[in-house]
Design a protein around this ligand. Structure first.
Ligand code: AP5
Length: 210
């Protein structure tokens, strides 16, 4: 199954993509994680992406389209993949359609107030991409998968989150209509108080995995 996870920042795309990756054995391809790894490694692409990411702006389309096109050639994508955070503009979606066949675009929807509180408590592992929330870490500050120290993303600062939400509304939300018109859209509406387990059950049900 070739999937896209759409949705505003902090809706839970990464969290649920990781659970589904483990269940289905298909890779989670997160452009955000790939860009952060490039930033950490200090590559030319990472350095040029840094100023966009830290301001909550989108990295130019040509850069991310190139990364995803290359990544989808890898052997581990042969049985399917989960695109997490790509496409994010209609231009990216149109480019994707020239080199990939998507089965479902899953829109994970969540209200803005919940997003702001979730992102302020998020801690991430920059080594393996795992995502946590302070409320469930019980004081632990290392990654359960690889032992790396967890950090707060710079773009999770409240002012930057507000800008990311505006950028989402202008540039990414139009993809909901785009995939609806193609008959590929499915939506999971997350209740503000729903747990990860409850939301993941909705994701599975919406994808017909139950
Ligand atoms: P990216 O890393 O993709 O960020 P994003 O889309 O803003 O999404 P997030 O990672 O913030 O949130 P998420 O939906 O994955 O939520 P999560 O599961 O972590 O992109 C970062 C930047 O890179 C962009 O701003 C842009 O600059 C650049 N970029 C990336 N892709 C690009 C592209 N295609 N084009 C151009 N630029 C691009 O969950 C959030 C928190 O909530 C976590 O703490 C989690 O533990 C918690 N949580 C999740 N579900 C629940 C639940 N049900 N209950 C309680 N807590 C929950």
């Amino acid at each position: 199954m070739n999937l896209i996870f759409l949705g505003p920042p902090g809706a839970g795309k990464g969290t649920h993509a990781q659970l589904l990756m483990n269940e289905l054995g298909i890779p989670q391809i997160s452009t955000g994680d790939m860009l952060r790894q490039a930033m950490k490694a200090g590559t030319e692409m990472g350095l040029s992406a840094k100023r966009y990411i830290e301001a909550g702006e989108l990295v130019p389309d040509e850069v991310v389209i190139g990364i995803v096109k290359d990544r989808l050639q890898a052997d581990d994508c042969k049985n399917g993949y989960i695109l997490d955070g790509f496409p994010r503009t209609v231009k990216q979606a149109e480019a994707l359609a020239t080199f990939a066949k998507i089965d479902v675009a899953l829109n994970i929807a969540l209200d803005d107030e919940v997003i702001i509180s979730r992102l302020s408590g998020r801690r991430v592992c920059l080594k393996c991409g795992a995502t946590y929330h302070l409320s469930t870490l019980n004081g632990r500050d290392t990654c359960a998968n690889c032992g790396e120290k967890l950090v707060q993303r710079k773009d999770d600062a409240p002012e930057t989150v507000k800008n990311r939400l505006s950028v989402y509304a202008v540039s990414t939300a139009p993809l909901i209509d785009y995939y609806e018109k193609l008959g590929l859209l499915k939506t999971v509406q997350c209740a503000p108080t729903a747990t990860v387990e409850e939301n993941y059950a909705q994701v599975r049900q919406t994808l017909g995995l139950v």
